[in-house]
Ligand binder design. Structure first.
Ligand code: ADP
Length: 484
């Protein structure tokens, strides 16, 4: 069992609250870790450490910071198996997915470190001969990272890697369900040579107290958050008082459109991987599947058949494709959406219930849900409007391109959208009309470290990844120079 304190100013210390909390394995209910339960005074200590470390860290050359990030990347890769196992134990996703996430998480560290050397300014032709206009980029200062449980590693590195590359120092608050991956990553960054105070970590069950303490402190100049739209709105309001920069990566409700001219086999496979990754617990999971009427039945049958073959179980076991949901409240929500759909006339092609015969710990069966395909869904059903965060694929038919686009855009969310077609002109038309920050054209898994990830509408603000992600941690300074 892992036991951790808070990481503040280069040291593991106990929380001022003197409290600790346990971390449980959602597949078995076993306790797998124990962490310090940080409070307001700990946040104050962490911000002070980050604030004091900022001048020296931001003054290091980009090359020096890049070298440290490179070492952190290499350490993450060297510990990929260990980190993956920690993640599966506390989060539940299949071990191969967990190791895949470690690679993805490390990629942000590598990419951002390389980009540190390319944070360029600009000169702009002035309107007077005796003036020069320079545009200079500098780090915003102390940055806070508040992260969710569904991607315990990559949601952290996607924030702290560009922050550190830019010259910022950070305070991380990981989700209370998955703090162990975060603790181990912070240890590795320390081993890689990140100086004391540059990375600080507060694990806590007091999310709103910690959040408020981070948001009200004027020394924190940036908040990067991934989580629910509801909490994102709270943070945006709180950030207003000290006018912090914010990046919010919030909920999604991704449409996946399959046109009749699509390569059907590939479309089915991509819906499977987009929908059922992490048991459907990602903000870019296909949530609404729209299939052109003429191929509707054939598509639904193929998808149902392949869905039936997905093995549900403990993510540590070989061949498991669908792990547990994070907790029983998550299973309740998924069950509620399926019941609502069935009551309103949806047909269950496969699945539809909590999974009953899983693993060696039947007492914990409530956390698992059968991978499910629903047909005959309508817009009145919750599953077509609200994020499901579970392994449920609802299918609706459409009969024209315009109808498919209108249905896809009819949402308060605008994170990711996908569509399958072999028609080039349609691919261009549809990708331009979709009101989403990320569009996958014949691609159900577009996320990658160098590309901008983020949403339109209530899916958030700002972008993470690539040069766009680094830009979020920089201030733009205009220097006007008179030379005579
Ligand atoms: P989820 O429903 O996926 O858990 P949340 O938005 O509740 O999403 O949580 C995402 C992150 O935000 C977690 O680290 C959680 O502890 C944190 N969090 C939850 N409530 C607050 C809050 N009021 N202020 C700041 N952070 C919060």
């Amino acid at each position: 069992m892992k036991r951790y304190g808070l990481f503040i100013n280069g040291k593991w210390i106990e929380a001022t609250t003197d409290e600790r909390f346990e971390v449980t394995n959602p597949a078995t209910g076993e306790i797998v870790g124990n962490c310090a339960d940080g409070g307001e005074a700990d946040v104050e200590r962490a911000i002070t450490a980050a604030h004091e470390a900022f001048p020296a860290w931001s003054n290091q050359t980009a090359k020096e910071r890049a070298e440290i990030l490179r070492r952190a990347y290499e350490l993450m890769i060297a510990h990929k198996d260990e980190l993956g196992e920690i993640m599966t134990l506390e989060q539940g996703k299949p071990i191969l997915e967990a190791k895949g996430e470690i690679q993805y998480a490390a990629d942000f560290v590598e990419w951002s470190g390389e980009e540190a050397k390319r944070i360029y300014g600009e000169t702009i032709p002035a309107s007077a001969t005796d003036k020069r206009i320079w545009v200079h980029k500098q780090p915003v200062g102390v940055a806070a990272a508040i992260t969710p449980w569904n991607f315990p590693a990559s949601m952290i590195t996607r924030k702290i890697a560009p922050a550190l590359a830019a010259g910022c120092t950070v305070v991380i608050k990981p989700a209370q369900q998955t703090p162990l991956t975060a603790c181990r990553i912070v240890e590795l960054f320390h081993e890689a040579g990140v100086p004391k105070g540059v990375i600080n970590l507060i694990t806590s069950t007091h999310a709103s107290t910690v959040g408020e303490a981070l948001l009200k402190d004027e020394r924190v100049r940036k908040v990067g958050f991934t989580g629910s739209t509801a909490i994102g709105k709270v943070l945006m309001k709180q950030a207003a008082d000290t006018m912090k920069k914010i990046s919010l990566e919030l909920g999604g409700h991704a449409p996946f459109i399959v046109f009749a001219d699509a390569d059907l086999d590939r479309a089915v496979d991509e819906v499977l991987s987009s929908k059922f990754r992490n048991a459907g617990q990602t903000c870019v999971c296909a949530n609404r599947i729209y299939v052109e009427q003429s191929i509707g039945q054939a598509f639904a049958e193929r998808l149902a058949q392949k869905t039936k073959e997905l093995k549900v179980g403990n993510g540590m076991e070989e061949g498991v494709a669908i792990g547990p949901l994070i907790d029983s409240a998550a299973a309740d929500k998924v069950e509620g959406q399926v019941k609502d759909a069935v009551n309103k006339g949806a047909k269950v092609m496969t699945g539809g219930h909590r999974h009953t015969k899983v693993g060696k710990h039947p007492g914990q069966k409530a956390h698992f849900f059968e991978p499910t395909v629903l047909l005959d869904v309508t817009d009145e059903m919750e599953v077509m409007r609200e994020e499901t965060f579970g392994p449920v694929a609802p299918i609706q038919y459409f009969s024209s391109e315009e109808e498919a686009i209108a249905k896809a855009n009819h949402s308060r969310y605008g994170l990711a959208a996908y569509f399958y077609t072999e028609n080039l002109a349609r691919a261009i038309r549809v990708s331009e009309k979709l009101e989403f920050g990320i569009v996958g054209v014949n691609d159900g898994t577009p996320s990658t470290a160098q590309a901008p990830f983020g949403g339109f509408k209530e899916s958030g603000l700002g972008r993470e990844g690539g040069k766009y992600g680094v830009e979020e941690y920089l201030e733009t300074k205009y220097i006007s120079v008179r030379i005579q």
